[in-house]
Design a protein around this ligand. Structure first.
Ligand code: SPV
Ligand code: MG
Length: 281
């Protein structure tokens, strides 16, 4: 499940998702940027740290195209690894990338150059850190042959899994890829546009993981917009109160009760609150 901050990560965990996708699009939106490499790698790393901390789940990070060449890619991968991410996905786009659903200009990186980017990442991170190679071949308008030859090259370069992406409203490109790929490496998909395809079809195609890449961010956008417009129109929050999370729910999500218990344990029962703060006890 997509997460773009500590809150969305904690909510996804509460819904029993076992792993998170630190979505470039959703993180860019939450920071007020466009998904076109406007946010820096250090901003991404800072957000990922919050996602990791607040969920304690494995987090696969959308590393876009690696923020430049092999050197930028291995630097950001190492930083993500140090901050506790479980892996990174790097896509074969040129820098600056543009979101896969925007416009028709999605130039692909040279296959050998991109393979070098992957090898550089693999050589720089811990063995357990997962490297997912993502091909944008279909997004760039190529066919299954190009997607396959790239995926094979990325497998040779040391990728642990492949993301195959499509912007069609049906899964035909994805299924044509999985048929020919024969599961050489695990396949990960992002059915943002072909969401009508039942999950059983992906199981049959031996897809290993499905990323729901931006639905929390879009739900938040719709909800925040509605609430803001209604408060402005109604000049009151009475009407929207029943439809929004209570403060108690929010406090529960972030375990405020644990803080009270920790205070009792570590501050000592005899200390008055002011003494706890200045540490005179
Ligand atoms: C993201 O969530 O940022 C992704 C998926 O990369 S997509 O927006 O479909 O490119
Ligand atoms: Mg992205």
């Amino acid at each position: 499940m997509e997460a773009h901050d500590g809150l969305s990560a904690a909510i996804a965990k509460g819904a029993r998702f076992k792993g998170l996708w630190a979505s470039g699009l959703s993180i860019a939106c939450s920071l007020g940027y466009r998904d076109a490499n406007e946010a820096s790698w250090s901003q991404l790393v800072a957000v990922v740290e919050r996602i990791v901390d607040s969920s304690e789940l494995p987090v696969l990070v959308d590393g876009d195209s690696g923020f430049g060449n092999f050197n930028n890619a291995r630097l950001v991968a190492r930083k993500l690894c140090q901050r506790g991410a479980a892996g990174v996905a790097i896509q074969d786009s040129c820098f600056p990338k543009m979101n896969s659903f925007v416009g028709d200009r999605h130039p692909l990186a040279d296959t050998d150059e991109f393979s070098g980017r992957l090898r550089a990442v693999k050589d720089r991170v811990a063995d357990a850190f997962v490297l997912v190679a993502r091909t944008e071949a279909f997004i760039a308008g190529h066919g299954t042959d190009e997607a396959l030859s790239r995926a094979h090259a990325y497998a040779e370069a040391g990728a642990d899994a492949i993301i195959i992406h499509s912007r069609r409203s049906t899964a035909d490109e994805i299924l044509s890829f999985t048929r020919a790929w024969q599961n050489r490496l695990p396949v990960v998909i992002i059915p943002t546009k072909y969401y009508r395809t039942p999950i059983s079809v992906f199981h049959e195609a031996r897809v290993s993981a499905v990323i729901w890449a931006n639905q929390s961010m879009r739900a938040a956008t719709a909800s925040m917009r509605e609430v803001c417009h209604r408060i402005m129109a109604e000049q009151s929050t009475a009407g929207i109160e029943p439809g929004i999370a209570t403060l108690e729910e929010v406090f529960e999500l972030f375990k405020y009760d644990e803080l009270a218990r920790a205070e009792a344990e570590y501050c000592g029962p005899t200390l008055k609150p002011a003494e706890r703060i200045v540490g005179t006890g």
